[in-house]
Structures are given as structure tokens and as C-alpha cells.
Design a protein around this ligand. Structure first.
Ligand code: BGC
Ligand code: NOJ
Length: 813
């Protein structure tokens, strides 16, 4: 069953009923000011940091769900009836409803009582504000006399404190009103030099800034007293719950439309110019006023909207494909690329979108997110790489995350995740392949943000490998530390304290728990760094790196193979995890994917055997499960993984991030059919037709789909901010379609389904445009390439001089 449809021409998903199984969310903002918006206008806004600079309140887990947002109420003077054109919060029986989620904008429209209202929400490029442009049309045959109310609820900046520290925050709220603009200035009197503002393009009849004055005692957002009575109190919030609400009256002749603009923005003043006059407590508005007046002008709004759309066309144009499968086309050309960008921008910091208070930018997460969008914005990828590397510790280790506002590493979510540093090598490798910007390797980068510790980025990469090598266990395999990629396989934690976080609980390093996953990741990273060293003419580095990689490969071959698949780990007692000898958790997906991507097991039949085992034991119609059999009880020596009920999350859920690793492995092993089959099982657009089961948005990937052990098998959770986006993008574009940047040129090596006649693609790469036509002339992946009509050897098209158009024809046999 569907709740809407794709409009590929406009790059939108059109939701045609408001009561989607879960709030179907979109993200606003592309640079510093961001917002989350559901299909019923729920959500919140923030500047850079979802926790520390939160503008508005949102309650995802309320009843009903998804409360708090960018609300508008309309009230018909004649009947006294009122409603919200976005359905929430009044939830009236709208006569028509449509929500169009586009790329960084959302348009929600409906009709009720002969009044059509449509609101377009977006953040202009380069600005720290969001625009809501509401167009109200009278479809009646008589004039309509209407009241329009806006409503937001301010968060008192630190969203965590806002939700918990009432003894303080019930007394701190402050606002100012000037020329109809509501300024939220809580804590501006002390150390903050920023404030929020909420403006309206129309003359006001009234306003409210104190929540209780607007809603009335014990009333909810579905029935504000001020709207019911058509009468605002002009309340000024002193403490309690500051809100912003404007009241506008309109008389619309039959058939006429009127457009109203609301602006919600963030503004910062220089610390010594906070007040005007200087010794007062009044906000200095000199620099914000011109911004407000600019965007209350519909011409500027239209221009900003056009610029945003043009920007997205430009970004998406770097890769466009046309394959025989519409779901592939739509995900590659629009939605998957878009999700990669949103995830890159926010990491998991506004995640899960439910709360937005939990964490910063993850070291491992961001390095992986970058893989999916380095081609769209290499400059920002460069900046991100340097930011991440600056948080690295001198021994090569990593802080698990850093705060977007301060860019400093923190261990708030634990430390000693021994896979972390290796991901930096993969992101830098991807950046170099995309851009050829070898100079980045010589940029001096601090350790732990400490001036004076600078070493070239290249040295950081060497230390990442050294970090693993300095931590090998009894089998010569990498020690797992607190956990590897799987945050929940906590082999050294032994937590018995109810509610204790597995991520921060004391970690009793056994000194012997080892990870075969990290071993595979090490080999993959080492192969990249060896190539990078070669490019730099550093043969000494190349030697030791390849030697270490071979040694690791031998350790995996000797101690990492279980007979039919790669083992997962050795626990704190030296016993295998992910082995047929285990009672539960016999086979895990991660080492199969990672070891194969690293090229292990390709010449001795183990790779093919591992993939057969994945297919036979882990694959379901909804995707590939993380491990089997699920842990049926809590195991002290395994940690969080066994804390989840069977079928959920890391305990045998379909943890989507890992699935593309298997797709890639299948292409390496030569099976485009299998790879594409797995790709389709997870593709959100394919799953659109089972939206009542999948429940999450059909245009983006979710972190998890419940596994076969769960009663809700097939149900997705935690959509949007997940590494699943980047890895699926890499799997489909670089491995299945096989258009792969390398250090020396663009490689064309598709492993597409045998029943595809071919496909075409356009790829901008290092300043040149490649027009690629792939034609099938046999069932296999053997390829012959011609470049501008000339046959070439191999699969890599060497770099052309800049700004050329290059025609590539690939024949598969
Ligand atoms: C989740 C993991 C997550 C970890 C750290 C766990 O509860 O299951 O997926 O990585 O928390 O936030
Ligand atoms: C989500 C975390 O963000 C990511 O870092 C981790 O790898 C996965 N969960 C698996 O546990």
C-alpha cells in the first residue's frame, strides 16, 4: 500500500494523505541553519548543532506523535471554525491534502471549507533563517473573512537542558517585540550573543509570546484559546514557555489569493555590540533588520527558492544515470544522493530525528558518509577530513565523535572503538581518487586540536594503521577494544548495571578479544595507503604497509575462517564469535562483507563460499540480517548486542548499513545478478509498495529493518541519518554500475544484472564530462572499452586534459 507517489521530474515525493504510518520527514537547510519537517509540518530548527543551538521544540514521542512544529491556523470569521492547513495540530477532516517533499524544501497544501492554503518551507542558501511562504486562496463564491495565526514554541537553546532542567529554565525565558517581529532572547543578557527571531510580512492584529496565554490553561496545540476566540493577548513571556505567534486578518474576495511570509531565523551579534543602546538590555537589531526586510519581500523569496533548486540540479548533475530500472534511476539520480548529502551535513547529530540531543559528529560515521558525496562537494569533504583528522589522538586513536559547534573531539559516547582510525584512510582515499588533490596529504594537521602538534595529514594516516598494529591479540588479529563498527558487540564490557550505557561503561580490556572485521578493514585501508605511498614515491612506506597487510591477511586465513564463512571475533576468553560452534550468533554479516571488499578469500574459494552462506542463512526478502541465530537472552560477555530482543537492531535486525558491503562483495565475486537482487530488496522506492509494512519514508533508507525473528519483520526504523545512504550509493554507482574513480582515472567495470540490455550514464570527473554507454552483448562482465571511438586496454580511462567531453562505450560479454 502507498501513501503517495514519486514525481521524478520535479524531484519530489508527493504524500497524498496526512496520516502516514510514521511522520515522513524531510530536512531543510544545507549549510548551517537546519530544520526537520514532517509531512504535517512537525519538527524543529537549529543552527549548526541540534542540541546546543536549538531554536524550537519538538516532541516526537508524544501522543499523538510528532507534536511541535511550524504551525499555521486559519479561522473562518463567519462560522468560527478553525483548522491547520498542514493537518496537525488540529487534525480536521481536510477536503484535500498534499505534501511535497523536495530537495531541501517542503510544500504542504490543503483545502478546507473552500479555502486553499499552501505553505512552502525552505532555507535560502547562505542564510541562517527559514522561510514559510503561505498562499491562501478563496475558492468560495463569496468573500471570505479569515484570521491567520502562526505558531512555534521556542527551545531555550540547549535542547537537553530545555527538556530537563526546569528549576532553572522555567524562569529564564525572555522575548522582545519590535515592529511585529518576535525576538527570542533567553540568556542573551548573559553569555549568549545570539538570538532567534520570528517575523511576518503582514501588519499584525495581535501576537502572543507566552504559551499559556495563547493556548489557555490545560489546552493543547489542537485548540488554542486565542485561535478559538480570535483574540490574542499580546503577551510578553517572562520565564515559563516562550512561543511565537502572529495574528493576521484577511478579507479575500472570491477566487483571490494572498501570500504571507513568515521568517524564523538565528542571528549573532559581535559580543561588544550586543545591545542598543549599549548600556541597555535591548537587542541591537542593526544587522538583523536588513536581513528580515529582504526576505519579507516575495521577490527575494522567489529568487532564493530558484537558487536553491538550481543548486540541487548542479549537485545532482555530477552523476546521472539511465538504467532499465526506474527505482535505481530515481534513487541514484535524486533521493539516495540527497540523503547522502543530508547525512553528511548532520552526521547523526540531529539523529535520531526524534530527539536531536544525543551526539555529535561521529569519527567513523563521518568518514563513511563522505564516501557518498565527495563527488558533489569536494571542498566540503576536504574541510571535513581535516576537521576529523584534527581530533585524532597522537597514538593514532580517535575520539569517537566531535561536537559540530566546537569541532573538538569528545568521548561522551565512550572511547577505544578500535576500528575508528582506519576509516580515515578510506575517506582520504576516496577524496584523492575523486579530486586528485594530492596536496591535502601535506597539510599540517594538529592532534587533539592542540597547537604545536601538527603533522602532515599523511602522517595521520600512517598512525591510523600503526594504531591497529600496536594492538594485536593472541592470533595476530586486531584487538576489538570497546567495540568495532558494531557498537553493540561489547566483548570487554561485562555490564551488570541496569540502564548503564554499554558505550561508556567501564571497559575491562581483556587484552585478547579480537575482531576479524577490523582485520578485514585493516587490509582494505592498508591497500589504499600502499597505493597512496606509491604515488608519493615513498617505497619504504609501501613496503611495510604491504607487509603488514599480508601478515594480517595470513592471520585471517589461519584464524579467521570458520569452514563456511569468516568468523566474527574472539571473545575475552579466546572463544570464537560467529562460528558454527556457537549456540547462537553463528554467522555475522560484517566480516563477510569487509573481508571480501579487502580481497580476502578470492583465490581459494572462500569468498564464494562465504557469499553462499550469507545467501542461505542471512538473506530475507526484506534485506540481509546482521547475524543468525539471534541471541535469545542477555549474554554478559557479549554486551549490548544481546540486550535487544531478537530481530531488532544489531541482534539479528537487518542493519541496512551492512547490506551494501555484501552487494559490493557480490560484484567483486562477479555476480551482478545477486548484487542487484540485494540492492532491490532494500531500495526504498521498491519498498514503497509495501509502505504499510515498511512504515518509514519510501524515499530514504532507514538504519534498520526488523529481522525475521521480530514479530514486525520488514518494519523499518530510524530513517534518514544512517551510513546506509553512503554505502548503498557507493554500491550501486561504483560497483553495480561500476563507474569508479581511481587514483589514475575513471574506471568503468559494471557488474549489472544479466537481463539488462545496458545503461547510459553521465559523470563529471576531474573537470571532464564522461558520457558512458554500456551495452550488453553476452551474459558476463568481461568488458571492452572504447574512448572517443578508440579501443583501450583494461578498464581505467586515463585522465584527459581538463574540460573535455569524453564518449565511452563499454561492451559487456
Ligand atoms: C545502537 C547502535 C549505536 C550505539 C551508539 C546503540 O544503542 O544500537 O546502533 O551505534 O547505540 O549510539
Ligand atoms: C550506528 C552508529 O552510528 C554507527 O557508528 C555504528 O557503526 C552502527 N550503529 C552499528 O552499531
Amino acid at each position: 500500500m502507498r501513501y503517495g507517489r514519486f514525481d521524478d521530474t520535479n524531484r519530489e515525493y508527493i504524500i497524498t494523505r496526512p496520516d502516514t504510518p510514521l511522520p515522513w520527514v524531510n530536512y531543510l537547510g544545507t549549510e548551517a541553519f537546519f530544520g526537520i519537517i514532517s509531512n504535517t509540518a512537525g519538527g524543529y530548527s537549529f543552527y549548526r548543532d541540534a542540541r546546543l543551538r536549538r531554536l524550537t521544540r519538538y516532541r516526537y514521542n508524544n501522543v499523538p506523535m510528532d507534536v511541535g512544529g511550524r504551525y499555521i491556523y486559519l479561522r473562518d470569521a463567519a462560522s468560527g471554525e478553525f483548522w491547520s492547513p498542514s493537518w496537525q495540530p488540529t487534525r480536521c477532516n481536510l477536503e484535500s491534502y498534499v505534501c511535497r517533499h523536495g530537495l531541501s524544501y517542503t510544500i504542504i497544501g490543503s483545502t478546507y471549507l473552500g479555502i486553499a492554503a499552501q505553505t512552502c518551507y525552505f532555507v535560502p542558501l547562505g542564510e541562517n533563517l527559514e522561510i514559510w511562504q503561505a498562499t491562501i486562496t478563496n475558492l468560495r463564491e463569496t468573500a471570505a473573512s479569515l484570521s491567520v495565526f502562526s505558531a512555534i514554541e521556542f527551545a531555550l537553546w540547549d535542547a537537553w537542558d530545555d527538556a530537563t532542567n526546569y528549576q532553572r529554565n522555567l524562569s529564564t525565558g525572555e522575548v522582545e517585540i519590535e515592529d511585529g517581529v518576535i525576538y527570542h532572547k533567553t540568556e542573551y543578557r548573559e553569555r549568549r550573543d545570539h538570538f532567534a527571531y520570528f517575523a511576518c510580512s503582514e501588519p499584525l492584529v495581535g501576537f502572543d509570546t507566552q504559551r499559556e496565554a495563547f493556548l489557555g490553561p490545560y489546552a493543547g496545540w489542537d485548540r488554542p484559546q486565542a485561535v478559538e476566540r480570535d483574540q490574542m493577548s499580546n503577551s510578553i513571556a517572562h520565564g515559563w514557555f516562550p512561543i511565537g505567534s502572529h495574528h493576521v486578518r484577511l478579507v479575500l474576495p472570491p477566487g483571490e489569493s494572498h501570500s504571507i511570509i513568515f521568517l524564523l531565523g538565528y542571528h549573532q551579534n559581535p559580543p561588544d555590540q550586543k545591545f542598543d543602546p549599549p548600556h541597555s538590555q535591548t537587542i541591537n537589531k542593526v544587522t538583523v533588520r536588513p536581513i528580515i526586510s529582504r526576505y519579507l519581500d516575495p521577490h527575494h523569496v522567489q529568487a532564493a527558492f530558484n537558487a536553491l533548486r538550481a543548486r540541487w540540479s548542479e549537485l545532482l548533475n555530477v552523476i546521472q544515470v539511465e538504467t532499465p530500472d526506474e527505482h535505481t534511476n530515481r534513487m541514484v539520480n535524486i533521493w539516495n544522493a540527497y540523503q547522502c548529502m543530508v547525512t553528511f551535513n548532520l552526521s547523526r547529530s540531529a539523529s535520531m530525528f526524534e530527539a536531536g540531543v544525543s551526539r555529535g559528529i561521529g569519527f567513523r560515521d563521518s568518514n563513511q558518509d563522505l564516501l557518498g558525496c565527495v563527488h558533489m562537494m569536494p571542498e566540503r569533504a576536504r574541510e571535513r577530513i581535516l576537521d576529523i583528522a584534527t581530533t585524532q589522538i597522537e597514538d593514532g586513536g580517535a575520539y569517537h565523535q566531535y561536537q559540530p559547534l566546537t569541532k573538538r573531539g569528545n568521548d561522551a559516547i565512550g572511547s577505544n572503538f578500535n576500528d575508528d582510525p582506519l576509516w580515515l584512510v578510506l575517506s582520504v582515499a576516496a577524496y584523492l581518487k575523486e579530486t586528485g588533490d594530492w596536496a591535502i596529504l601535506d597539510v599540517p594537521v594538529q592532534f587533539e586540536n592542540r597547537p604545536g602538534t601538527e603533522a602532515p595529514l599523511y602522517e595521520h594516516l600512517r598512525r591510523s594503521l600503526r594504531y591497529t598494529l600496536a594492538r594485536l591479540g593472541p592470533h595476530g588479529l586486531p584487538l576489538i577494544g570497546r567495540a568495532d563498527w558494531n557498537d553493540c558487540l561489547n566483548l570487554n564490557t561485562f555490564s551488570e548495571e541496569p540502564g548503564e550505557s554499554f558505550q561508556t561503561a567501564a571497559n575491562r580490556e581483556s587484552g585478547i578479544a579480537e575482531s576479524i572485521f577490523i582485520a578485514g578493514l585493516f587490509v582494505l585501508a592498508a591497500k589504499e595507503l600502499a597505493q597512496i605511498a606509491t604515488h608519493r614515491g615513498n617505497s619504504a612506506d609501501r613496503e611495510w604497509i604491504l607487509e603488514a597487510s599480508n601478515e594480517m591477511a595470513r592471520a585471517v586465513a589461519s584464524y579467521g575462517w570458520d569452514g563456511e564463512w569468516f568468523l566474527r571475533a574472539y571473545d575475552a576468553f579466546g572463544e570464537p564469535i560467529g562460528s558454527h560452534r556457537c549456540e547462537e550468533g553463528q554467522i555475522f554479516i560484517e566480516p563477510q562483507g569487509m573481508c571480501l571488499m579487502a580481497g580476502l578469500g578470492l583465490d581459494d574459494g572462500r569468498a564464494a563460499q562465504a557469499l553462499r552462506s550469507v545467501h542461505d542463512r542471512l538473506a530475507t526478502p526484506h534485506g540481509i540480517i546482521l547475524q543468525q541465530p539471534a541471541y535469545s537472552r542477555y549474554y554478559l560477555h557479549l554486551g549490548e548486542i544481546s540486550s535487544y530482543p531478537p530481530g531488532f537492531k544489531e541482534n539479528a535486525g537487518i542493519f541496512c548499513h551492512t547490506n551494501p558491503w555484501i552487494m559490493i562483495a557480490e560484484t567483486i565475486a562477479g555476480s551482478g545478478d545477486r548484487a542487484f537482487d540485494y540492492y532491490q530488496r532494500l531500495n526504498p522506492s521498491v519498498r514503497e509498495s509495501i509502505s504499510e509494512i515498511h512504515r518509514c519514508e519510501p524515499y530514504v533508507y532507514a538504519q534498520m529493518v526488523a529481522g525475521r525473528d521480530a514479530p514486525s519483520h520488514g518494519e523499518a526504523k530510524n530513517s534518514w541519518l544512517t551510513g546506509t545512504a553512503a554505502w548503498n550509493y557507493v554500491a550501486i554507482t561504483q560497483w553495480i554500475l561500476g563507474i569508479r574513480p581511481t587514483y589514475d582515472g575513471l574506471e568503468i567495470a559494471p557488474a549489472i544484472p544479466s537481463n539488462w540490455a545496458g545503461f547510459t550514464a553521465r559523470r563529471t570527473f576531474r573537470g571532464a564530462t564522461y558520457r558512458i554507454v554500456v551495452v550488453r552483448d553476452g551474459p558476463g562482465n568481461a568488458i571492452s572499452l572504447t574512448v572517443n571511438g578508440q579501443p583501450i586496454e583494461g578498464t581505467v580511462v586515463c585522465l584527459p586534459p581538463q574540460n573535455q567531453e569524453i564518449e565511452i562505450k563499454a561492451v559487456l560479454r
